[in-house]
Design a binder for this molecule. Sequence first.
Ligand SMILES: [Zn+2]
Ligand SMILES: [Zn+2]
Length: 405
Amino acid sequence: MELKKLLKQHTVEKKVVSPNTTPTGSDPRGFITLNLLALSSSQRKKCELCDNMATLMCEQCRVTFYCTLQHFQIDKDFHVEICSTVKKLKQPMPFSSQKDTRERWIKQREFHINELFLYSWKKGQADLGKGLYDDAISAATVAYKYAQVLYGQSENVISPMLVAAECYLKKENIKQAEWFMARTLNIELNKPDIRPSIKATIRHNEGLLAMAKGDVQEALMNFAEEVYQATEEYGPTHRKTTLGFCHLGLLFHQTQKFDKSSSLFRQVVEIWTDFLVPNMENMTAVSVVPTIKVKNEETVWIQDSDRFDAQQILTMCYTNQKERYESSGTDKQDVTKMDLARTCYALSVLLLISKRPSEAEASANEALRYVGNQQAQEASFVKKLQRVVKLAQRMLAQTENQDPS
Ligand SMILES: [Zn+2]
Ligand SMILES: [Zn+2]
């Protein structure tokens, strides 16, 4: 909550950034190699990205260090964006007898730290959503560092650590993921009043970690707890519960408990369909009559993060349902053609909302093929699919008209 409020107050975009800070005559590589022998142990620094001892230093701010050229290069693109702000933090407190001069200096310093935290935290989340894991790690690590300065051991420190841990998991770097998770768990132990949604994310990452290590029981326990915590905060049929449900399904699928996995995937698809369809109606209601502009911003409910979640989760459901269905080629008790049709429908609605009309049309047509000779019994569902096809074609025609070529 606190974090959200802060983010609203400060929309720190690229203005923190002043990228072309390299003065002429400096090393184009942008770093200085440290002479380790000349440094006493107290002068030795840790790498910006890991716990190893630093051998390089950013030559601009001179307060950012790296263990190796590799870690310098991974962090470079992100660091350029915050380097000048970091540099400002280095300015010593003015030697002044005036109390307000010193107070101003302290205020300014806090402002810069806050700026750095918010900018990097937002960027870390966005990059994770885009699948840019290296960039997300750089940003999240910086956010974690400054969150510690600002908030000590609190929820706000956990969030960036979870982003970093998830990125390392995606990159299959178990050791680094464990490093961040261990610290997260430590804060969680000392702070029992953490919000359920954050606990849910912690359990999710722990579940992924257990899966990566092949510990199915441990993973199951964590995903079940994730669902429980997400339900605590959002309620049982909210889309935020579906990530946990979907991973439980995945584990049941892997352990051949197909009746369980199939009913979970079905439930997940249902929740997303209920969320996505009104969004599609809302969006197309505007584009059908182009003269009417959306007056009220609030009518747009879907966020980028929802879109990313939906894409990831529905694709996971579809892949598993299809695999199960195709393993024998006929309807099973647990996965039917209608299940596949319903998942394709949800995906087609999502694609339409994401303004990808040709893919949306293809997905809706795929659903129609699954419905096949059951068209008569499924008349109302077929109508919904035909509507997606129509909307997709209309959207395609509109974009072609707008395109002068
Ligand atoms: Zn390093
Ligand atoms: Zn720097």
